[in-house]
Design a protein around this ligand. Structure first.
Ligand code: ADP
Ligand code: MG
Length: 471
């Protein structure tokens, strides 16, 4: 009986062996770089009946795999589990940034290095986790006009934490401009050069959640004591403090204690101190005691320099022409520049092709339309249904009538094409269907259009209506 229970799957092998078998098959069928990028990071977690559950680094990952490799994946699963094989995904960390992929790869490298270092030095001193991502360094932070002051100050602070007049150091600017990178670089440099200093990084959001926990567990004293013993306190996205009275009070105390004893405080925010709404005046004034520096969007030269640097580190060869094209068209932030490179990396490894100008153009177009339009899945649903004279909830119900299925698939197809939403999100909008249904819809419409000129025209018409109504 026990044996039967322990072996809950009808398949003889366990999840690890099954996944190993799958990898062997996949490896033979995809280019090496594809294998390394998309399959190696997958971790098998369990096998229940005929369903293999795996962990992936992000939702973007699931989308890519399902969109591009579902056939080979299915083949591998069927051959190692059987005809009824299925796969389900869970996400390791709940972040859906595309960069998780790169992060993940680099983090592994760093962990390996760190592990071997520790073995080498043989010391077992209590491990204190500063929550710093080793990916963020000064070395890979490109200098530009927009970040000059902030960067120079950050370097000065890392040399002499707590001993410059830049205390607190308050850095602000729009999304994706490098605030997190820069403040974490300070932390990394400090723990590197001043190993006896205790530095910790966290976002104000995390701080708030921890505080609420502490209140519930009656451990507010320990909580605040912990932060009061830091030499360097780095808090990201301080704007989350707004409207939270109790957190503000506690943070005020911690701030004062640290500041009085010459400990370094580093803060980031999406706006300058004076524009922070819902924040106590006494905090705002303290934020301005030290140095306030902004980060501006990068100019053209800086964008090109960033692309050069990053494409080299990802191992993609890009011509100057392509880099300039990207830099001319993606202007608002650095996260998008990176997103563009990662898409290029993914598409080129997919087709094992050199990156050509046409591909770059396509990717840039995808990214810039995603960013600039505010088309929502709701608008798409509305327009598709009005075109087919259907009530909107029809496409969300489990109705299999032919014309409803077609409308639903078109709406899913357009949602995938015209919005930034993940397959999972799209599925949720159409009655909680899963990502494979969305992919299936996308593929069938894609296939139909290539053979059916009328349908193609219909979809083009709907699309222009959607664009009009979202404009
Ligand atoms: P923010 O916190 O301001 O929203 P991030 O620090 O998360 O922005 O930066 C977004 C991405 O762009 C990160 O991956 C970061 O490494 C990269 N990045 C930002 N600024 C630079 C820079 N000057 N040089 C190189 N990479 C940068
Ligand atoms: Mg940030």
């Amino acid at each position: 009986m026990d044996i039967l229970l322990a072996n809950s799957s009808p398949v003889q092998k366990d999840h690890k062996e099954i996944w190993k078998d799958c990898l062997t098959i996949i490896k033979k069928n995809v280019p090496q770089i594809t294998y390394n990028t998309w399959f190696l990071p997958i971790k098998p977690v369990s096998l229940v009946d005929f369903t293999l559950n795996v962990e992936v680094p992000s939702e973007f990952f699931i989308d890519w795999i399902e969109e591009h490799y579902s056939t080979i994946l299915k083949k591998a699963l069927v051959s190692s589990i059987g005809e009824t094989a299925k796969i389900t995904y869970s996400i390791v960390e709940d972040k859906s940034e595309q960069l998780d992929l790169i992060d993940e790869i680099e983090r592994k490298e760093e962990e390996k290095k760190a592990a071997s270092k520790q073995v080498a030095s043989g010391n077992d001193k209590r491990i204190f986790d500063p929550h710093l991502n080793p990916r963020y360094k000064f070395d890979n932070f490109i200098k530009g006009e927009g970040n000059q002051l902030a960067r120079a100050a950050a370097i000065a602070i890392s040399d002499n934490p707590g001993e410059t007049s830049f205390n607190p150091f308050f850095i602000y600017g729009g999304v994706g401009l490098g605030k997190t990178h820069l403040i974490q670089a300070i932390g990394n440099q400090i723990i590197d050069r001043h190993p006896n200093k205790k530095a910790i990084y966290l976002s104000m959001d995390t701080f708030t959640v921890e505080f609420v926990d502490a209140i519930q567990n009656d451990s507010v004293n320990e909580f605040s004591h912990f932060y009061k013993t830091m030499d360097v306190l780095i808090i990201d996205d301080i704007q989350f403090l707004s409207g939270r009275e109790r957190t503000q009070d506690l943070f005020f105390q911690i701030f004062n204690i640290l500041h009085q004893s010459g400990k370094q405080i580093i803060l980031s925010s999406d706006k300058p101190p004076k524009d922070l709404k819902g924040l106590n005046e006494r905090l705002i004034s303290r934020f301005q005691w030290g140095l306030t520096a902004d980060i501006q969007p990068p100019d053209f030269e800086t964008r090109v320099a960033i692309l050069k640097n990053k494409s080299e580190s990802y191992g993609i060869a890009l011509s100057n022409e392509i880099m300039e094209y990207i830099a001319l068209n993606i202007t608002s932030n650095i996260r998008e520049l990176e997103g563009c490179l990662i898409k290029l990396l993914a598409s080129s490894s997919l087709n094992s092709q050199e990156i050509e100008f046409e591909l770059a153009k396509k990717v840039v177009k995808e990214i810039s339309t995603q960013v600039k339009t505010n088309i929502s899945i709701e608008t798409i649903t509305k327009e598709v249904c009005s075109f087919f004279k259907l009530e909107e909830n029809k496409v969300r119900e489990k109705n299999r009538k032919k014309e409803i299925v077609l409308a639903r698939q078109i709406a899913m197809y357009l949602s995938k094409k015209l919005t930034n939403s993940s397959l999972k999100t799209i599925g949720l909008h159409f009655g909680g269907r899963d990502h494979s249904t969305v992919i299936h819809a996308y593929n069938s419409i894609d296939h139909l259009i290539s053979n059916d000129a009328t349908l193609k025209e219909t979809i083009a018409k709907i699309k222009s209506k959607i664009e009009l109504s979202a404009a």
